[in-house]
Design a protein around this ligand. Structure first.
Ligand SMILES: Cc1cc2nc3c(=O)[nH]c(=O)nc-3n(C[C@H](O)[C@H](O)[C@H](O)COP(=O)(O)OP(=O)(O)OC[C@H]3O[C@@H](n4cnc5c(N)ncnc54)[C@H](O)[C@@H]3O)c2cc1C
Length: 401
């Protein structure tokens, strides 16, 4: 074997996993299809302080700190939630990814950019990876363990035939110049017509800049979805008072996988990050969950390397670990998403006006957490006025009253 571990994908999660395994003294190779780590950026860069801490990326990547959000419901209802603490950071995602790649290299991992993994074959003792460079020439690498950190369209997962996310959400987003970018509140737009099955956003990035975007999921057996780019234009036209002076500096698109992967491993293989749908079903954020699952992935890999055991049975410990770390939160998120998808515009509007009272605003601000949405949901469930409406008979009862 050339390497102990081959990581396919030099995104943030792949680099973090490579860093941890290389730091334990193993030969690690990262294959990244793009010429440059961190480019093109396909992210709004909203993370928690917790996520920044576990990434070990310096805080110089932080562009803005957000103290809350303004939620725009269909019609005129607006819920303003402004607290004193910092709920979210807006980061320079390119610098974030590069820092993780530097950490991996510093720990001893080898990194080859412009190299796309195209074929995987089981060989005695491990896996042979065929990768193609920019000229289309094939290179071969072999490793005892293969880690698929290659994003939502993971070639590793497709090869294994074990990847079935419930949904894929297609996003269109842009880095824009906008005076709203100097604010400290995120803007979230909920409207079935505007963002069916998802939401629109503005995340102020400071310095007259903001990240604006919107998503459109392909649900269940649907074969059609709205073009997110069209939805983006509709969002901008719907709220002229916010977007009047907007100039698009850089646009991007991307896909978020949503679901619960029952088996993110095979003999000699582990899947992690977007490749294993380690994302938040409600917001689509994947950096925190990916990095947390990455810790479990690196831990299992190191144990397997020490034990020289890469069997399906041995690697199943990884599934147990990441499920214990983030599995419950993903399951809760999937349930919340189910409720959200059933809501009609009038229900969203009524819910927002219901919550638009100091008592609820205070409670939401106290228990909101960017990474753990279930904490707030659990608190709401214990408030009788909410629980009697929401839990007995669902949201529709709330609307009827
Ligand atoms: C528009 C948009 C906005 C988002 N905003 C946020 C946000 O605000 N906060 C948040 O937490 N999350 C956000 N996300 C999600 C977040 O970007 C992902 O969850 C995160 O990037 C996952 O990291 P990863 O390393 O698992 O995968 P990726 O970042 O997708 O990295 C995978 C890497 O693998 C490489 N690769 C793929 N296939 C191959 C191959 N065959 N061979 C070699 N290399 C390959 C790719 O080039 C890529 O570099 C957003 C996503 C999108 C699309």
């Amino acid at each position: 074997m050339n390497y102990d571990v081959i990581v396919v994908g030099g995104g943030p999660v792949g680099c973090a996993v490579a860093r941890d395994i290389a730091a334990a003294g193993y030969r690690v190779l990262v294959l990244e299809e793009h010429q440059e780590i961190g480019a093109p950026v396909q992210c709004a860069g909203l993370i928690s302080k917790r996520a920044l801490e576990i990434s070990r990326v310096p805080s110089t990547v932080v562009l803005n700190r957000l103290n809350g959000a303004v939620v725009y419901a269909p019609g005129e209802n607006i819920l303003r939630l402004e607290g004193k603490k910092v709920y979210a950071l807006v980061i320079d995602r390119r610098a974030f990814d590069r820092s993780l790649a530097e950490q991996a290299k510093y720990a001893g991992a080898e990194m080859i950019c412009g190299m796309r993994a195209v074929k995987f074959t089981y060989v005695p003792e491990g896996i042979l990876v065929e990768a193609k460079n920019g000229e289309g020439e094939s290179c071969f690498f072999s490793g005892r363990l293969l880690i698929g950190a290659d994003g939502h369209n993971s070639a590793v997962a497709r090869w294994l035939g074990i990847y079935q996310p419930l949904e894929k959400v297609f996003l269109y987003a842009a880095e824009v110049s906008l005076s709203e970018g100097n604010g400290r509140l995120a803007h979230i737009f909920l409207d079935r017509g505007l963002a069916p099955g998802w939401f629109g956003w503005i995340f102020p990035a400071g310095n007259d800049r903001a990240r604006v975007g919107i998503g459109s999921p392909l649900l269940g057996t649907e074969s059609k979805r709205e073009s997110p780019r069209l939805l983006f234009n509709q969002l901008v036209n719907r709220y002229p008072f916010l977007f009047r002076e907007m100039k698009v500096l850089q646009n991007t698109s991307g896909v978020i996988p949503i679901g619960f992967l029952r088996q993110a491993y095979a003999a000699h293989v582990l899947l992690v990050g977007d490749a294993a749908a380690h994302t938040k079903p409600v917001s689509g954020g994947g950096l925190y969950f990916g990095l947390r699952a990455g810790e479990d992935c690196a831990g299992t890999a190191i144990k397997a390397l020490r034990a020289r055991n890469f069997t399906l049975d041995f690697l199943s410990a990884y599934q147990e670990k990441w499920e214990a770390t983030i599995g419950q939160e993903i399951c809760c998120g999937l349930k919340h998403r189910e409720v959200f998808l059933e809501m009609k515009n009038e229900e969203i509007s009524l819910l927002v006006s219901f919550l638009n009272k100091p008592i609820w605003q205070k409670l939401i601000l106290k228990y909101s957490d960017l990474d753990y949405h279930s904490w707030l949901a659990a608190r709401l469930a214990f408030v009788p006025a909410w629980a009697s409406h929401f839990l007995s008979g669902g949201l529709k009862n709330l609307i009827k009253k």
